[in-house]
Design a protein around this ligand. Structure first.
Ligand SMILES: Cc1cc2nc3c(=O)[nH]c(=O)nc-3n(C[C@H](O)[C@H](O)[C@H](O)COP(=O)(O)OP(=O)(O)OC[C@H]3O[C@@H](n4cnc5c(N)ncnc54)[C@H](O)[C@@H]3O)c2cc1C
Ligand SMILES: *[C@@H]1O[C@H](CO)[C@@H](O)[C@H](O)[C@H]1NC(C)=O
Ligand SMILES: *[C@@H]1O[C@H](CO)[C@@H](O)[C@H](O)[C@H]1NC(C)=O
Length: 491
């Protein structure tokens, strides 16, 4: 604990390095208001600006290291006055490095010093810089509580909770976003509002889906759940068997799709995804909020009915915290409060598949054929079940939050682990989309894809009706686009 406090203090103390070659008025403004910052000339600048996705390094004109909401307010005012664009950084895991601005010369407001977690009854008050692992551990330690969110402990609350947030609890508890009951938000004019469904309700609505364009959330207020005593983890592993023939691949997927939409088997207690890797790995894995006995008696036989026998099957009960650790693929979900240093160099695309259309045999055949034609070894695909009977993701609509994707059955992530796989990943997306021309596919906001133009991104993430509403609100509360990235509302 001591070293954590010392680390935060030394972060705040980097204030003084003399800015060279940048807008005097910006530095004057920040200095006058005593906002803690790091300039390009500061010794910690390189480290603070190294993005998670090393493929897209941008150079912010300044990094702000606020310890209070007032620092954030002052920094936003200074940026607004001098025409500098602003983006917050929470966990820094943006696929497009939007937390670095998405271009050179922006102001990065790094919320790393704001990492308090306080549980009061069922509500957790959480600083905007907290990483998911620390959040999950914190609410567990303070009251055996739990939340719905993704599995990677290094991801930040700031991006993840405001742009969706899916984990294998989401069909049961909804998206991470659905847990926000209030937020302290710094707006483009520098004001600080406490936004709820009744106070600043338009801001409360907009930050749940488009926070990057509307403000900086310094504190989240989150509704938690009692952590379950135990959950069942399941994994069905076919190895390369399902890549042997198109028929095995497509028929198995179609059976899983039928299984995932069969109300006599599936309810909100089940979440799962399909993981494909190279032409050698086909796994189905997920979580059941029930016992191993119930899973094995009722669910597993239906999943396996008429499909090739998996090479390996795991069904095992875990207590909540061990389950989170298992999902994280690490030995702990606790992450350092400063000096986080994990990176990747990647490109990913997503596809949201509407529940009313589902995936056709045609699309699955095209997907299979494309992979077999020449897949690199450095890619993977995750296809998560969002919809199906009982899904708590799809019980809400765009009046609840500025989030459009409330009717997907599946969400694909096509992930190229190194840059040479980019053309293959583009083709993988196209294989599905072109083979099912009557379907309107979308894309998932938290897998933000920098290869889209702003107009394409708006359509794929928000759709026309929601985007029009967001654009009108943006004009009202941030008319000069202080909060900006290449795909922001209004860009
Ligand atoms: C290894 C890895 C695993 C992942 N696993 C999952 C998963 O299981 N499920 C899932 O749904 N997604 C997953 N994702 C995607 C992840 O949800 C997004 O990348 C998310 O936006 C990252 O949040 P962040 O705070 O770390 O990112 P950042 O880069 O800090 O921020 C992302 C965007 O949000 C804005 N922002 C950040 N904080 C705030 C704030 N406080 N107020 C306003 N705007 C803010 C930033 O300006 C930026 O535009 C994963 C990503 C990675 C890299
Ligand atoms: C950032 O700091 C970490 C740990 O101190 C170090 O391993 C890493 O190389 C640094 N990165 C840069 C770009 O300076
Ligand atoms: C749904 O599951 C039940 C078994 O629980 C099975 O009898 C029925 O055929 C399934 N329906 C479809 C469409 O697969």
């Amino acid at each position: 604990m001591k070293s954590i406090v010392a680390g935060l203090l030394s972060l705040g103390a980097v204030v003084k390095a003399v800015p060279q070659g940048y807008s005097n008025s910006l530095s004057d403004c920040l200095n006058t208001k005593k906002v803690p910052v790091s300039w390009i000339s500061s010794p910690d600048y390189a480290n603070l600006t190294e993005p998670f996705n090393l493929r897209l390094p941008y150079k912010p004109v300044v990094v702000v290291l606020p310890t209070t909401s007032k620092h954030v307010q002052d920094a936003v005012v200074c940026a607004g006055k001098t025409g500098v664009k602003v983006q917050a950084k929470s966990g820094g895991h943006s696929y497009a490095s939007f937390s670095s601005g998405g271009k050179d010369g922006s102001m990065m407001i790094d919320l790393q010093p704001m990492q308090s977690i306080k549980l009061n009854g069922e509500i957790a008050t959480v600083g905007g810089g907290v990483r998911l692992g620390n959040l999950a551990q914190g609410v567990w330690d303070q009251g055996k509580r739990a939340l719905s969110h993704g599995t990677c402990p290094g991801v930040g609350i700031g991006g993840h909770f405001t742009h969706g947030g899916y984990g294998h609890t989401s069909r049961n508890w909804g998206l991470a976003l659905d847990h926000i009951v209030a937020a302290d938000v710094v707006l483009a004019d520098g004001s600080l509002v406490h936004a709820t469904s009744t106070e600043s309700p338009d801001i409360f609505w907009a930050i749940r889906g488009a926070a990057d364009s509307f403000g900086i959330v310094t504190n989240f207020y989150l509704k938690t759940h009692a952590a379950p005593e135990a959950v069942t983890y399941f994994s069905f592993q076919w190895g390369d068997a399902l890549f042997q023939t198109q028929k095995a691949f497509t028929d198995t997927f179609l059976h899983i799709q039928q299984f995932g939409t069969n109300e006599s088997i599936i309810d909100s207690r089940i979440s799962f995804g399909i993981y494909l890797d190279g032409v050698a790995t086909y796994n189905l894995g997920g979580t059941f909020f029930g016992t191993v006995e119930e899973f094995n008696a009722k669910i597993a036989p239906e999943l396996l009915r008429g499909v090739p026998k998996p090479a390996k099957v795991i069904t095992q009960s875990y207590n909540w915290i061990d389950y989170l650790i298992l999902m994280s693929d690490k030995t702990t979900i606790k992450e350092p409060l400063t000096g986080y240093d994990e990176h990747d160099n990647f490109f990913a695309k997503s596809i949201t598949v509407p529940e009313k259309d589902k995936l056709s045999a045609n699309a699955l055949n095209a997907f299979y054929t494309y992979i077999k034609k020449g897949a690199p070894t450095d890619y993977f695909v995750i296809i998560n079940l969002y919809g199906g009977p009982g899904s708590q993701i799809n019980t809400k609509d765009t009046t609840f939050a500025a989030y459009n994707d409330r009717d997907s059955l599946w969400v694909f992530q096509n992930y190229g682990i190194t840059p040479p796989s980019i053309p293959f990943i583009n083709g993988l997306n196209d294989a599905i989309i072109n083979a099912q021309p009557k379907t309107t596919f979308g894309a998932y906001l938290n897998y933000v894809d920098p290869s889209y133009t702003a107009a394409q991104a708006h359509k794929l993430y928000y759709g026309d009706a929601l985007y029009t509403k967001l654009a009108a609100l943006k004009k009202k509360v941030d008319p000069t686009s202080v909060f900006w990235n290449p795909q922001a509302i209004g860009a």
